[in-house]
Design a protein around this ligand. Structure first.
Ligand code: SF4
Length: 460
């Protein structure tokens, strides 16, 4: 197979990344912008960047992803992209009529040093932004950071451009969604509704990237956080950020701008992270946890207890985004599994500290790494040194799965060789139950397929 030359030998590397566990900043900015109702993401750079970002999202979600580009040529690369962007803003409002254009930069426009604030100002001055319409932006130089950085930058941009504090405070809780699937956002909203809390979830890609086929073509789907909701986030009484890497910067900016206090917690993947989310929502909204949610929790515990012998001691290798990996690794430890190898291409101390804290007592032999050198090659090297029972991560792990004959659970971004990941949640107690069942099935199916014939059991 493709990776047959990977060996168990550890290589000291300073300047080489092989099969990175990340993608580029604008992909995240584009994804976050799609969570605003009536928003057209705009890529300020060359056409190739925009095509790549759109196709990365389309291939994962199996949905059309609309976005425009400044279409840089040699001329704009030399003289700057001002005239391209001003013209683009004019044409986009005339032809597509979005509520908001969300501009993100690319490596090229960042290297040139285009001042997007000044360009937006020029477009307004020249009358290219109709009344009641918005043009927002964030900087996403992709030679630093990852798609998670880009996502975070665009979410912070939403705060910068929209959140407004007025004397009229509202009894609402802001829920800032980290990078998760539309199904997860739908589940978060269901849980908030079940708890009878008033929340503003943003960005919100449900009903944007999981839309039904109706036979009618619409440029902008019905989902997404609306502009009035985004403006109102400045009057909410509290903010809960879900996922440190994707949302903490936005939480801080909202507190600084509108004095809305915040708590940053992990995305509610697994038992303990969901407990923390439900408790935080209950505490800050001042509402009790309803029996219906306690029962969902009970069903998850029952499933774990019934199948603990299958989970126990299984060695797992994982890769992906830190906001997903931290609660996921914690969940695997809750299941008495052994997450032994973990890599994320997104750099940051929070990941390293969280891994140390979660793994130090239960899986002291675990190896984890974050940043540019934390790539799929490194993960494969570790697996060659001592094998694992299960892989959890995006599509890029399928080569390791095939080479090493290890079952793979697809989770994260991108998943481009299977469908439906935007439909079934992994958050909340229901999501944790889905996840535990997936793990269980992967382990048992592998056992059925590979054990000696005399060991095949009808009932397991
Ligand atoms: S890494 Fe830079 S040049 Fe490459 S697609 Fe992303 S923004 Fe464009």
């Amino acid at each position: 197979m493709l990776l047959r030359h990977t060996t168990a030998e550890d290589h000291e590397r300073k300047a080489l990344t092989v099969n990175p566990a990340k993608t580029c900043q604008p992909v995240g900015a584009m994804y976050a912008a799609l969570g605003v109702h009536g928003c057209l993401p705009h890529s300020h750079g060359s056409q190739g960047c925009c095509s790549y970002h759109r196709s990365a999202l389309t291939r994962h979600f199996k949905e059309p992803v609309m976005a425009s580009t400044s279409s840089f040529t040699e001329g704009s690369s030399v003289f700057g992209g001002l005239s391209n962007l001003v013209q683009a803003i004019d044409v986009i409002f005339k032809v597509y009529n979005p509520e908001v254009i969300a501009i993100h930069t690319t490596c090229l426009s960042e290297t040139i040093g285009d001042d997007i604030v000044q360009i937006i100002g020029k477009a307004k001055e020249d009358g290219h932004v109709p009344d009641g319409k918005y043009v927002i932006h964030c900087n996403t130089p992709s030679y630093v950071g990852t798609h998670i950085t880009g996502y975070s930058n665009m979410v912070s941009g939403l705060i910068r451009y929209f959140s407004t504090a007025t004397p009229k405070k509202k009894n609402a809780i802001n829920l800032i969604a980290g990078w998760m699937e539309p199904s997860d956002m739908r589940e978060i909203k269901r849980l908030a509704k079940e708890m009878e809390t008033r929340t503003i979830l943003f960005p919100d890609m449900s009903d944007v990237l999981d839309t039904p086929l109706t036979g009618k073509t619409v440029m902008f789907p019905k989902g997404g956080t609306t502009i009035p909701e985004l403006i109102a986030t400045g009057d909410s009484k509290f903010t809960i950020g879900l996922g440190n890497y994707s949302t903490e910067d936005a939480c801080v900016k909202l507190e600084n701008k509108c004095k809305v206090k915040y708590e940053s917690i992990e995305i509610p993947i697994g038992l303990k992270a969901t407990d923390r989310f439900i408790q935080a929502l209950s505490r800050h909204a001042n509402v009790p946890v309803p029996d219906s949610i306690t029962e969902e929790r009970g069903r998850l515990i029952d499933l774990i207890a019934d199948n603990s012998k299958y989970f126990y001691g299984k060695r797992v290798a994982l890769w992906g985004d830190p906001d997903t990996l931290i609660p996921l690794v914690e969940f695997l430890v809750t299941l008495d599994m052994k997450p032994v190898y973990i890599v994320t291409g997104t750099p940051g101390k929070h990941f390293d500290e969280s891994m140390t804290e979660i793994l130090k007592d239960k899986v002291p032999e675990a190896k984890f790494m974050s940043g540019e050198r934390a790539d799929m090659f490194q993960l494969h090297t570790w697996i060659k040194q001592q094998g694992v029972d299960l892989l959890i991560g995006n599509t890029y792990g399928k080569y390791i799965a095939r080479d090493e004959n290890i079952p793979l659970i697809r989770l994260g971004f991108p998943i481009v060789d299977r469908a439906g990941f935007n439909f079934f949640p992994h958050v909340g107690y229901v999501g944790a139950t889905n996840l535990a069942i997936k793990i269980l099935h992967a382990i048992l199916e592998h056992q059925d397929a590979t054990c000696l014939e005399e060991k095949v059991e009808l009932q397991m």
